[in-house]
Write a protein that binds this ligand. Structure first.
Ligand code: ATP
Ligand code: ZN
Length: 283
């Protein structure tokens, strides 16, 4: 049995629980529970505040955990970072009031910065040889300049909307963050092998999220030029259609090249293109 710590409620909760479910792990009654055991995979899930997860994983109260890189960096605990999970994306940024003139980080010299991430901010300022006084506050950092508590903030940003409505302008990125899987440094061999199994599934889910299954029809004389456009796990599958002179071509396309490829395929003579989501992908 392996124990995983995930956020109890908040921005990482939904995605963490759905990732485990997409890995085929049965989790019932997760709402409002402190912990739950899966019935079909040797895993117990502990629901905690995200700030506590690195410490619990270091101490071995949990064996592994899901937490943002921002929290991991701030807490600086002795754990290993096993895998980036692709959700919970945000950045820790410095923002200043729109009215303040700003050309470089030197303009922060002597100023008061409000943040929930004092260690990350301090080390960023030290790197740039800037002195500022850091005020640690635990929530609603973005309102600090407006109420005269600070001159600037260092806060998590995703779209920038919250900064904007508070009259702030993002000027420096301290850290790019996403949710990661972390692990205790001394897992025994049983736990390590469960972690391997879980990682295998997580990678299959992540890979599938980035890919699409594409089916198209093509006249046989255009097959060669169409096949040249396609990548594929091995090569595309080509099957004859009932109508003679036509074939059906199946392949996997990654999200990044998807739209360009579809354009090219149409120009090359592909018709009846179907795009299907992939649930899992094992390579
Ligand atoms: P807890 O009660 O567990 O301490 P919290 O209030 O500290 O929760 P949330 O606001 O739920 O935390 O954010 C959890 C994590 O989600 C953050 O640490 C960060 O990694 C990630 N995240 C992604 N986008 C954002 C964003 N726009 N603002 C804040 N956090 C974000
Ligand atoms: Zn928190």
């Amino acid at each position: 049995m392996i124990r995983i710590a995930v956020q109890k409620s908040g921005r990482l909760y939904e995605d963490s629980v759905s990732l485990l479910k997409e890995c085929g792990i049965d989790l019932r009654n997760v709402k409002d529970r402190l912990k739950t055991v899966s019935e079909n995979f040797p895993i117990e899930v502990l629901f905690l505040r995200d700030d506590d997860i690195p410490e619990y994983v270091e101490d071995g109260v949990a064996d592994i955990g899901i937490v943002g890189q921002n929290v991991l960096g701030e807490k600086n605990r002795n754990v290993s970072m096993v895998e980036q999970l692709g959700f919970g994306k945000c950045r820790l940024s410095i923002a200043v009031p729109k009215s303040m003139s700003y050309t470089s980080i030197k303009d922060i010299e002597g100023k008061r910065i409000a943040t929930s991430y004092p260690k990350l901010v301090k080390s960023y300022l030290d790197q740039h040889a800037v002195n500022a006084s850091i005020h640690e506050i635990s929530g609603s950092v973005e309102i600090a300049p407006g109420i005269g508590l600070s001159d600037a903030v260092a806060d998590l940003v995703s779209s920038g909307g919250t900064l904007f409505v508070n009259g702030l302008r993002e000027v420096e990125t301290i850290l790019e963050s996403q949710a990661v899987l972390i692990s205790n440094l001394k897992l025994d061999s049983t736990k390590l092998s469960i972690l391997e199994k879980l990682l295998f599934r997580i990678r299959a889910v992540k890979k599938a999220q980035k890919s699409k299954y594409v089916l198209l029809n093509a006249p046989n004389e255009k097959l060669d030029s169409i096949i040249k456009l396609l990548p594929g796990m091995r090569s595309p599958t080509v099957l004859p259609l009932a109508e003679s002179g036509w074939s059906s071509v199946h392949c996997v396309l990654s999200e990044s090249e998807f739209w360009n490829k579809i354009e090219e395929l149409k120009m090359a003579g592909a018709e009846g293109i179907l795009i299907v989501p992939i649930e899992k992908m094992i390579l």
